[in-house]
Every structure is written in C-alpha cells, then in structure tokens.
Design a protein around this ligand. Sequence first.
Ligand SMILES: [Zn+2]
Length: 405
Amino acid sequence: MADALLDPASGGTTRDAVVLIEDGRVTKAGKRDGTNVPRDAETIDATGLTILPGLIDCHVHLTSLGEGLDLARELTTPPTFELMRAVRAARRTLDAGFTSVRDAAGSPAGIKMAIEQGYFSGPRMFVTVTGLSQTGGHTDAHFMCGADLDIPLPDRPYSVVDGVENMRLRVREVLRAGADWIKLCTSGGVLSPGDQPHHAALSLEEIKAAVEEARVQGRRVMAHAQANAGIKNALRGGVSTIEHAIWLDGDAIEMMLDGRNGLVPTLVAPHWVIRHAEAGKMPSYAIAKAKAVIDDHKASIKMAIESGVKVAFGTDTGVGPHGSNGEEFLLMHELGMEPLECIRAATNVAAETIGMQGVGSLDLGSWGDVIGVAGDPVANLELLSKPENIQLVIKGGDLVKSTLN
Ligand SMILES: [Zn+2]
C-alpha cells in the first residue's frame, strides 16, 4: 500500500495504490479501493511513498571496485577476491533501487546464479562474462612492462581476440560460459593503457562474425563504441546496443533511428574518472583521456536525444562506486531528457532494450520488483539520484530495504 503508484510506460499515477505480489509475481497493481487483499497476505505499508517498478542499469561491472584504478592493488588481488567484490556491489546496487542490471564484463555466470539461488542479495542479472577486444584494444590488459592483468578463469574466457575465425570460437566460448549478451569493444577506451577512445577497433568482418555467432544462439551484442568509426562499424555489423558513444554524428544517428538498437550513454563514467583522479586514485593516462572526452561526450549524447534515438539507462558503475548509479538521471536530464523519459530509460525502455522479461513495469505477471521514494520522482528526479533517497526496495515480493518504521 502506498500513496501513489507511477507507471512509467503510460506516465500515469494512481493515488491510494496497492500492489499485490504472489510467488514473486505481480497479481494486481492499481487503486486500493475494492481490492481483495488475501487475509493471510503480508503487508508492507508504504504510506507517504510513491512506488514504481525497480530500476534497471544496462551497463555495470559488479566485480570492479569502483574506487579508482590502483594497479598495485589489482596485482595483489586474487581472482577469487575479485569475484567476491560483486557481493558488496550487488547489495549496494539493490539498495540504490536497481533491481536489474546487465553486467558489461567481469562477472561470470556464477554470480548471477548465486544471486538467483539466494546465496547473497543482488539485482537480477544479465551477464556478458568477458568483454572482447582486439590485441592492444580496450580489454587487452597487457601493460608496457609485459605484464597481463587478464587472468582467464574456467568460466571467464580470455578477452583478447583477433581474426574472424578466432572471434567465432571466442564468442562460442563466452556463450558456453553462460553469457546472456556478448560484449565487444569496437573502439579504444579511457581506462585502457594502450589505445585511444577516438580510434576504431575490430574489423567489420570480426564484428559481423560475433553478431552472427551470438544470433545463432539467440543472443545479441553490445558494443563499447566511443570512436565515430567504431560506432558505425558496430551498427553496420548488427550490434544491438551502443555504449558510451562519445563521437556520434548525423550519419551514425541516422543509422540508430530504425529502432533496432539502443544507446546506453554512461554519462557519469568520465566524471568518476576525473573525481578518482582528483583523489589521486587514477593513472595519469586515464585522467588525460577522461578530460579530453567529457565535453564531446555530452554534445554527442545531446544530439542523439534531440534526434530521438532510443536511450536506455546505463552508468558503467564499477568505474564509479556501486550504488551511485542514480546520478546518471540528473545528467540525462541536463542534456534534455524529460524526467519521465529518464525514468522510462531505466524501466520499460531498458527492459525492452536489453530484452529482459518481467522487469521495468508492474503489469500483471511482472516480477514484484518495487521501489519507493518520498515524493513524485517525475517532479523531482533527485529522489532517484541517491541511494539514501530510495526508501523502499522490494525484489520478487521480498522486502530488501526499508527506511520506514
Ligand atoms: Zn563498461
């Protein structure tokens, strides 16, 4: 029971609302009057709150610490401990109101399985397991000294791949490891030491091979794509979501307007690189790159928003601290998205973009993932921007966070 229920898809708000959840699924969401609440039902009184579907972040890295890049720390972190970081990250993500995420590399399928089986609390997950890039590309963790920080695990295949046939094999390996999505890097990036964000990476043939292998097994491809040429190659190759998109232009936007793909801006990520840098927690190569891209990134995403490209909410959290995901709402709004559009990007539009069923709405049969805030988030997006503003989180009908008495 809550003061109001917001349905992002329609934009409608129902006063004096109730959501009934049975076996984890929504059996009713709407006006309280005349609703038959089963006598033995457990009730959560959310008087004073507006409730809405749990939020979705389409780009996180739960196994990344999110506290800057400390190479000495990484060298002394055993792979098992790296995986354990996801336990705390998953909890913080949930507490910030994000009940579903797509992990954009790092998390093996076992993390998703452990959450599903109740070993620890966390959001519903789609995993990409490994982010694939070419030799010297964004996920090639070789440093100039010769050290390679990417240690493949039995269930997390190696990230570097070159050539069409190798790409087919590697995508099959990643799918065998349980990936829901394939992640490719079709350009350089900010946090990688040996490449440049404005350079394309992987050939069109390699991208097409990955998309084809994924498609055969019912999966789709997300592309870390910052460079203009990398974005266009990804789109020509049949990639479904473009991540970051620092250098879109009219042609790239035109290619995105057919509605078959989505844009995941991750506006907050370069801000975090700079903040970590100011705190002395970033290598100098990453600082220079982040400062160089931030204004172009904003201009690129603003143009996409104005042109009507489908934007889905994503943050690259794991660059920034877990639980800080909501700040992205404010940056999206700053670039011209109306609050309701921002909320849709993190609910129904996100669900549709990544193809996750039963999330992003409270329609009959959806998962009972509900969050509550003290006021109307359409009137005040700040309510979704900080974890402390999220007063209620319910996942699959289970209360996971409440600041109510
Ligand atoms: Zn990322």
